[in-house]
Ligand binder design. Structure first.
Ligand code: IMP
Ligand code: MG
Length: 177
């Protein structure tokens, strides 16, 4: 029998309820800080679930675009070079841009994206991450909006994957090693 429907990893770190509550707060915070509209740039793939819930908690004017980035591991370190696999569809010049990320770990991916997007002259640039693992930080990136700060653990669910799996969990779980 196929093991496609294998059970979810057991250790729930953040329940669906906790996540939804926090996402609603973050949506209102963004609306308050950008009353005239904002342009969200979601980092694929991991941020797509967060983005879809987040935008439904931001009443009023907004637009959305996507970017796909991948980081190369160099040796055994998690920090590496970042490459864009898919670029934005529309220009961000003169716009109030908010990068939407699933998780900031070493900061490599986000550091690269912030620099890359800033060079395209948005009116303003900020970042929202659902999760942050500060203990793992190697690049000092600024994240204006953080959903949850977590320990140095590998997590899955709510868009986050391990080898492509678990993105469909409604909660966030710690992957047991
Ligand atoms: P960074 O460049 O080291 O900050 O890594 C950022 C990317 O690594 C995230 O956008 C995720 O795609 C992935 N990542 C880092 N930590 C985790 C985790 O605990 N679970 C799933 N993906 C992770
Ligand atoms: Mg990611």
């Amino acid at each position: 029998m196929s093991n496609f429907f294998m059970p979810a990893p057991p250790e729930i770190l953040l329940s669906e309820d906790q996540i939804q509550k926090r996402v609603a707060e973050l949506g209102l915070e963004l609306r308050r800080d950008y009353p005239d509209g904002l342009h969200l740039v979601a980092v694929l793939k991991g941020a797509f679930v967060f983005l879809s819930d987040l935008i439904r908690q931001i009443p009023g004017e907004l637009s959305v675009d996507f970017i796909t980035a991948t980081s190369y591991a160099e040796g055994t370190t998690s920090s590496g070079r970042v490459r864009l696999l898919n670029d934005l569809d529309v220009t961000i010049e003169g716009k109030d841009v908010v990068i939407v990320e699933d998780i900031v770990d070493s900061g490599t991916t986000l550091g690269y994206l912030q620099e890359n997007l800033r060079s395209r002259n948005p009116r303003s640039l900020a970042t929202i991450c659902l999760l942050s693992k500060p203990a793992r930080r190697q690049i000092d990136v600024t994240v204006e909006y953080v959903g949850f700060t977590i320990e140095d653990q590998f997590v899955v669910g709510y868009g986050l994957d391990y080898a492509g799996r678990y993105r469909n969990l409604r909660h966030i779980a710690v992957l047991q090693s």
